[in-house]
Design a protein around this ligand. Sequence first.
Ligand code: NAD
Ligand code: TYD
Length: 371
Amino acid sequence: MKRNIIITGGAGFIGSHVVRLFVNKYPDYRIICVDKLTYAGNLANLADVEDKPNYAFVKADICDYDLMCRLMREYEVDSIIHLAAESHVDRSIKDPFTFARTNVMGTLSLLQAAKVYWESLPEKYEGKLFYHISTDEVYGALELTCPEGRKDEVSAHEVYGDEFFVETTKYNPHSPYSASKASSDHFVRAYHDTYGMPTLVTNCSNNYGPYQFPEKLIPLFINNIRHRKPLPVYGKGENVRDWLFVEDHARAIDLIFHRGNVAETYNIGGFNEWKNIDIIKVIINTVDRLLGRKEGEDLDLITFVTDRAGHDLRYAIDSRKLKNELGWEPSLQFEEGIERTVRWYLDNQEWMDRITSGEYEKYYESMYKNR
Ligand code: NAD
Ligand code: TYD
């Protein structure tokens, strides 16, 4: 094998797209998916690659340092693409410790396991890479200076403010989730600066697409509309998110893994800002149309509920560095991406039903009963 790559969190939403892309595109790379299979991890997300000869799955907790050291040696790992994390802001508000454990201590455990193994080799860090996947949420929140939206001359898309997150934007996380991701980013950079480990960090905007756990806005709402359940819109639905189709994120990761400069940070985003209430209306119309209902018939499912504590107002990524230096651009228009996404969830009801039976119901009720 030309490379032995651990992809952590590969059974989750984004990780499963990255694993699929690498396993199929690079038959001469061995891809070792390391995942604890928490509530968010699902081997069904990887069913189409599980029999490939260049793929291996290891059920493991990244916080288990001894096991991480063993995996590094056993598989002679030369690269890590690190996606494993607790990823849902609402859960982090209820249970911050789990986020500190996995996102901070788990990342540290992996970094140290990689350091010890790579430093034991004659060539040391040559040909090695620790690639850490992070989020735009570490930068904090942007102002909504154009609440009605305006066309932006740079991006030629609708924007809701004058500022954007760039790679040098100061970290200012607000939620326990983003605080834990910020901390892990700092540790990754510290391993480069202190020990000379070749590291890379990318900060991406909100992803959408197939295989996302239905606690996040888009799959949750698609499923609720299908079953005609209320759609809990936090606050007034005015918050703005910058949405990127997950396969475009996976393509960016592939490109940056192979051609990104060590120790650099790249922001990844689609220049695709939407107010929550507007994207929700698009989702309702799309689900209604694809289910043969009258478009807009389910708009009355919208239910305004108590806002999320510390709810960041606006995220907007400036990804021009990635475009200018490595030539990456999103391949999919949002209209096409959302149509493909809604169609996928409606066509894969069994996948959804498996996840949303049992424990999920209890969790969902506990999350929403107080709103
Ligand atoms: P996800 O919650 O869907 O998947 C996370 C995966 O990590 C799951 O398979 C889970 O089982 C695994 N995991 C959790 N704790 C673990 C542990 N202790 N040991 C091993 N595995 C563990 O998350 P996602 O949305 O796919 O996000 C993946 C990464 O991308 C995260 O690091 C997240 O911060 C980042 N990110 C996500 C988004 C987004 O919009 N979803 C945007 C930018 C960045
Ligand atoms: P989410 O998908 O949880 O991603 P993030 O918080 O990481 O951006 O939420 C996207 C936006 O949708 C966010 O502004 C919160 C809002 N939201 C709701 O209004 N209702 C919901 O039930 C959920 C899950 C999110």
